[in-house]
Design a protein around this ligand. Structure first.
Ligand code: NAP
Length: 405
């Protein structure tokens, strides 16, 4: 059976089974749909894909990899599948840091009756198989032991301990290797790791919402600009990030919780820049409910916390701060404002991506007098995507001056 048809059939069966289970558990229709939304979306995207067989199967690897978005850091997201005569024998992805790699998951999902086909099968994997034993054994050992005929990869592993060595080991063992399938997309999937190995800093994603007349918010109180769907999307982005950073201005004005309440998965590390020790104990950010870092004047202006740490703001400024975060394992940093903080990252050219949501909502002239203007987009920002969500127009920009994309 063709792999795309197999997936469509699988989706239909799964939906039927799920409907029965949901009925038994007396879940409402909305709960039923909501639970399976991300999985069905991935299946739908895959089933509607067209293109050469190798690219189609590599796209499936990317979709599998993204199922663990936010869970694998500091490791990259990786997806893999095993193909034999147009049939997918098995597939898998790196589910979480420290757990089995995608190749092992894919091999483990092959039914015992199909194991006989492995020596005539092709292993597709979005990232070069590793050749080092860390939390788990080297994947090259498994591929050689099981005598795969061919391995197709999208990109090399930027980790200098691997970086081409994994492919070389496979070739030397007589396995046919093809690399570079959809390499541009493959690089995007591991952009945080590429950024880390190239610059020893996290991938920096700046995100903000602005009114139709270009304001971020009001100086003295929180202003709701975004559509509820955008708020949900932002929580998804939070779940996909290792850390989330704001300035003391936003902390004092908006009193945000900075956690993920509206999407699956966990919440990132919270970070606040507070060089003048202005934060008050009553703020949600100092509720000690989750890991939080405050970069302040001196090392501990307040005490009695378990999960909240105060660190002196580095003398080296933002480059020093990013280096410290990278050392703590942060590979993807979401910067949510406000204006001064966003503009500082832009001015220092320490950003990789900007996501800007423009609302149809405008401030009145009177409101605008008390308002904080949105940051200025740098000339290096190149738009790569845009989409509508409710009344918000979202635009995605990348920084092409930094040789990452
Ligand atoms: N629409 C949106 O998406 C959005 C998102 C967030 C916030 N906002 C709005 O933005 C407004 C707040 O923006 P804002 O510009 O006044 O405040 P902000 O950027 O949140 O915070 C400013 C403070 O952050 C610290 N800071 C800024 N740059 C720094 C750097 N390079 N290194 C270290 N510390 C740095 C400084 O505090 P210290 O000198 O004390 O260190 C500075 O006073 C509010 O109205 C809020 O509602 C809107």
């Amino acid at each position: 059976m063709r792999p795309d048809l197999a997936v469509k059939a699988m989706a239909a069966l799964l939906w039927q089974a799920h409907a029965k289970i949901a009925k038994a558990l007396q879940l409402s229709k909305a709960e039923k749909l909501w639970e399976y939304a991300p999985f069905c979306l991935e299946l739908f995207i895959f089933a509607s894909m067209k293109g050469p067989e190798e690219e189609t199967l590599m796209r499936r690897c990317f979709a599998l990899a993204r199922l663990a978005n936010g869970a694998t850091s500091p490791n990259p997201m990786v997806g893999a599948l095993i193909e034999y005569e147009g049939r997918i024998l098995g597939e898998g992805y790196h589910r979480a840091y420290g757990q089995a790699h995608a190749e092992v998951e894919a091999f483990g999902s092959v039914s015992p009756k199909d194991l006989i086909h492995i020596p005539k099968s092709t292993l597709f994997v979005s990232l070069e198989p590793c050749c080092i034993h860390r939390n788990t054994p080297a994947c090259t050992n498994l591929i050689i032991r099981e005598k795969f005929r061919r391995v197709v990869v999208s990109v090399r592993d930027p980790n200098p301990e691997v970086n081409g060595r994994g492919l070389e080991i496979l070739r030397k063992a007589g396995i046919e290797v093809l690399e570079g399938v959809l390499a541009e997309e493959g690089r995007l999937l591991i952009a945080p790791q590429l950024r880390y190995y190239e610059s020893k800093r996290p991938y920096v994603l700046l995100k903000y919402a602005q009114t139709a007349n270009g304001y971020l918010g009001l100086q003295d109180r929180q202003l709701s600009i975004s559509h509820p769907l955008s708020q949900r999307l932002v929580h998804r982005w939070r779940s996909e990030s290792d850390a989330l950073l704001i300035g003391s201005g936003t902390a004092l004005c908006d009193d945000p919780r900075l956690n993920n309440r509206l999407w699956f998965g966990g919440s990132p590390l919270r970070i606040v820049l507070d060089r003048r020790n202005r934060l008050k104990r009553s703020l949600h950010l100092l509720d000690d409910s989750m890991p939080t870092l405050i970069f302040s004047k001196g090392s501990a202006p307040l005490s009695g916390f378990r999960q909240t740490k105060f660190l002196p703001y580095p003398q080296m400024g933002l480059p020093g701060l990013l280096e410290q975060l990278a050392e703590r394992g942060v590979r993807k940093l979401l910067v949510e404002g406000g204006r001064q903080v966003l503009q500082s990252f832009i001015a220092a050219n320490l950003w990789d991506e900007i996501r800007r949501g423009s609302s149809t909502r405008s401030l009145t002239e009177a409101e605008a007098e008390q308002a904080v203007p949105a940051p200025q987009l740098p000339p290096s920002a190149q738009k790569v995507n845009e989409f509508q969500l409710g009344w918000d127009r979202w635009e995605v920009f990348r920084n092409f001056t930094l040789n990452l994309f």
